[in-house]
Design a protein around this ligand. Structure first.
Ligand code: ZN
Length: 434
């Protein structure tokens, strides 16, 4: 049993304090308090070492913020930390793709597995409980090269399974010239435990055939679909238009996600509104990746440089479920990042002009409830009956989260405390790394 008093729950959208209880890894009580509770039996959480925390049933949070475990709905764990091997001198998406492709054959399964594990652990240490990662599967470079990444991913997932959950969506690069090999490879990965169908039709020589192929595969295996969509400054690139048609025709509403949508921000307003209404109607969710878009897009511009970040506010207003996610970490697509969704939330707040008090709640929802819905979590959030997965942050108000990006965090997931405080640079608990 675990009981915490004086808990601040920003997603409840009030200023009250709560007493919360966990039993057997599930929430059993989330009760609003009349005021502050003073108790000598509940030690303050920051006074406890990690070992003490693990054996303490009663805690005083002294008004600290608690959020449900973050959900990072769009990552590239297999590419994370590859920057020392793969550089990007122009800072463009094209060079990142080309350079990574050139380096991929030299990466061993062990290298890829270790990078995934490190990135997943880093993300978990900042508060993420569920990750969705796309995977690089360049079948046209050779089936063994593509399969190496899939095997590495499945092994890494097994290794971190006591800490964090991972979903995988390989980016199947469609080209009619090798359709048979690709279909056979993709089918095998889905039988091996891969979670859904990914891709980036706007980069395919034939986007519409790519979409048709991806839906046929997803339907055959009854899997969700999550496509990189229109990661381009060109307002004429709009595969999202036909993507919505396929979602509607295939009854895939609620199981289809579009990442990036950069060209949506570059196009004329009326056309963007039409597409947003179409997404809402079809049931296509959106994921914005502000860090990577700010880094890769607008590279040809001078002066008033386009930022590439999609129309976050309009998508929210149009009723499209939208999450903010990490995308790449320390690789040629994005040299920074550490899997910290709070950092991504801050970037989203800047890039989408979301900074009023109520906007801060919206940004927090884009890191929690919205991505939880997008990745298909059925029991999520701090409410009785749900699995207890949460992060406590050393802040007493939601605005402080983005003002201070608190480094002290306490994370509980999968029936136990998994991380505490990152005040030290390598503050991972050694016991969790063996
Ligand atoms: Zn991506």
């Amino acid at each position: 049993m675990l009981e915490a008093i004086n808990v601040k729950l920003p997603l409840q959208q009030n200023d009250d304090l709560y007493t919360v209880k966990v039993q057997g890894g599930r929430w059993t009580a989330v009760d609003r308090q009349e005021g502050i509770i003073v108790s000598s039996e509940h030690p303050p959480i920051h006074s406890l070492s990690f070992d003490e925390l693990k054996t303490t049933a009663l805690l005083d949070l002294e008004g600290k913020v608690m959020l449900p475990g973050f959900v990072d709905a769009h990552m590239h764990l297999d590419k994370a930390y590859s920057l020392p091997w793969v550089r990007n001198r122009s800072g463009t998406l094209l060079e990142a793709i080309e350079n990574y492709r050139g380096a991929a054959p030299a990466f061993t399964k062990e290298m890829i597995r270790d990078r995934i594990e490190k990135a997943a652990m880093s993300s978990a240490s900042f508060g993420s409980a569920v990750l969705r990662s796309h995977l690089d599967v360049p079948v046209h470079l050779g089936r063994d090269i593509a399969m190496r990444t899939v095997e590495a991913a499945l092994e890494a997932r097994e290794r971190v399974s006591g800490i964090v959950d991972i979903q995988y969506f390989p980016m199947f690069f469609y080209d009619s010239a090798y359709e048979r090999e690709l279909t056979e490879f993709a089918s095998e990965t889905l039988r091996m435990g891969i979670d859904g169908v990914g891709g980036s039709p706007h980069l395919s020589p034939d986007p519409e055939t790519n979409l048709a192929w991806a839906f046929k595969l997803a339907q055959r295996f009854d899997k969700p679909i999550d496509l990189h969509s229109d990661e381009s400054d060109d307002p004429g690139v709009k595969t999202i238009d036909i993507y919505c048609d396929y979602v509607k025709a295939g009854g895939y509403g609620g199981r289809a996600t579009a990442g990036h949508l950069c060209s949506l921000s570059a196009m004329e307003h009326g056309e963007a509104e039409r597409l947003i209404a179409k997404m809402s109607d079809a049931g296509v969710a959106a994921v914005t990746l502000p860090a990577v878009n700010l880094y890769l897009q607008g590279r040809g511009d001078r002066g008033n440089v386009r930022r590439g970040v999609t129309r976050v506010r309009e998508l929210l207003e149009g009723g499209v479920p939208i999450a903010a996610a990490s995308d790449n970490i320390q690789d040629p697509f994005h040299p920074f990042g550490r899997g910290d969704l709070l950092q991504i939330g801050l970037m989203t707040a800047y890039a989408a002009h979301l900074a009023k008090e109520e906007d801060i709640i919206t940004v927090l929802q884009m890191l929690t409830a919205n991505p939880a819905r997008i990745v298909g979590l059925e029991q999520y959030g701090i409410a009785p009956g749900n699995p207890a997965s949460f992060v406590i942050l050393d802040a007493r108000a939601e605005e402080e989260l983005f003002q201070e990006l608190p480094s002290s965090r306490w994370i509980y997931n999968k029936t136990r405390w998994t991380f505490a405080s990152r005040l030290n640079r390598f503050g991972l608990e050694p016991s969790l790394l063996t």
